[in-house]
Design a protein around this ligand. Structure first.
Ligand SMILES: [Zn+2]
Length: 397
């Protein structure tokens, strides 16, 4: 880090945010270590450290480091300074959480809550549910620094408004952040659920991949992209919508819910597989029913899921050549079919992608599972609140 990156002119504590970023890796450091790391004068480090200590963003650590001479106090990021509320609102289920500033769960809840009930009903319920969850972990609304929300449809990132969401009647253009912020009194950020899942997975394995693709295969199919450690949303927030890419398939005349034919989602999505098995006489209504059949060893379901893996693999093989991710994580309900799905995916990706792009490529099932979205929603808010610019601004206020 260079001196210019850490030097500000507007306030004596400007640059404190960058110092906090250094400490967010969880390691406690002494003044001398911070001076060495930043290359700043000891007096400058002290000034910034004092500003962070005054807001309790940083606290003296228990471990006192002795370097031969007199013992020196170490300072550490205080992940308990504030808390975050997070929600992953899916088509039929909602998962909520209260977390600390390291996205550690302090309380969580999963309930059935159809998004189709509309924004006023769902968000009124959400506000009450957040209050109950705070009571459960003995925290107050005054401790909350922000709220992160994931929604199951396209979201305009700058405004947090859903844009023509296909499965969310009444939500188009609804000002979700303003509505929630007016009732909870804190900043609210809203994004698409698959983006949140990608961010959650990236956070969970953050020592690893800087370039990561998270693919959600449920009723529909979509992907979230982490490029160079941050979320890639694209010009209009539509990046990663791979469900409507046309794929060559024996089922290529299938009409998709978007109106086109032969879309990946219409061929390999959970709803499509459930419908095909239903037509063959099985009791399958959705992706979870398909997974249940696979786990019961039904060969028809296993073959169908393996073929779906190949269809998704065709699209991902192109993405691997184009984007060169280090990791592809598979999530969503159909990921419950595990190796049967992955086998089809790997078969096509490794045979159709360039050897250099697949040399170290890891393709595996999501580590966080159903929690990926809610963790990502918390991380989105934490990264926003603790960005160096935001911390400097909070300290100068
Ligand atoms: Zn489509």
């Amino acid at each position: 880090m260079t001196e210019s990156m850490l030097t500000g002119t507007s306030s004596p504590a400007a640059g404190a945010g960058a110092l906090l970023s250094l400490l967010r890796d969880g390691r406690a450091r002494t003044r001398a270590e911070l001076v060495e790391l930043t290359g700043l004068a000891r007096s400058t480090v002290s000034l910034r450290l004092d500003a962070l200590l005054s807001r309790r963003w940083v606290v003296p650590a228990d471990d006192v480091i002795s370097s031969g001479g007199r013992p020196a106090t170490a300072f550490a990021f205080n992940k308990s300074a504030r808390i975050v509320l997070a929600a992953d609102l899916g088509a039929t289920h909602a998962r909520l959480a209260v977390t600390d500033l390291a996205a550690t769960m302090l309380a969580e809840q999963e309930v059935e809550m159809p998004i189709a009930r509309g924004p006023e009903a769902v968000l009124t319920w959400l506000v009450d549910a957040f209050r109950e969850l705070l009571t459960e972990c003995d925290r107050r609304l005054a401790d909350v620094c922000g709220v992160g929300v994931g929604l199951p449809g396209p979201v305009e990132h700058d405004t947090g408004k859903p844009v023509n969401p296909p499965i969310m009647p009444g939500w188009d253009g609804f000002p979700v952040p303003d509505w929630l912020s007016a009732r909870l009194g804190v900043p609210v950020l809203v994004d698409n659920d698959v983006n949140m899942m990608a961010l959650g997975e990236y956070w969970a394995g953050r020592s690893g991949a800087e370039h990561l693709i998270y693919v959600k295969i449920g009723t529909g199919i979509g992907c979230g992209i982490i490029s160079g450690r941050s979320l890639h949303r694209g010009a209009q927030g539509a990046a990663g919508d791979i469900g409507h890419i046309r794929v060559p398939s024996s089922e290529e005349n299938l009409v998709c819910r978007c109106g086109n034919v032969g879309c990946l989602e219409a061929v390999a999505g959970g709803a499509a597989l459930a419908a095909r098995l239903h037509a063959a006489g099985h009791e399958t209504a959705d992706s979870r029913d398909v997974v249940r059949l696979v786990r019961a060893g039904n060969t028809e379901a296993i073959q169908l899921v393996r073929q779906a893996g190949r269809e998704v693999g065709v699209v991902l093989a192109s993405i691997v050549n184009f984007f060169n991710p280090a990791v592809i994580l598979i999530g969503g309900d159909l990921a419950g079919a595990g190796e049967h799905l992955l086998a089809g995916l790997r078969e096509v990706i490794y045979s159709r992608s360039l050897p250099l792009a697949t040399q170290h490529l890891s393709i595996r099932v999501s580590e966080l599972g159903d929690r990926a979205g809610v963790v990502g929603a918390a991380v989105m808010m934490i990264e926003h609140m603790l960005s160096p610019e935001a911390v400097d601004q909070a300290l100068s206020a």
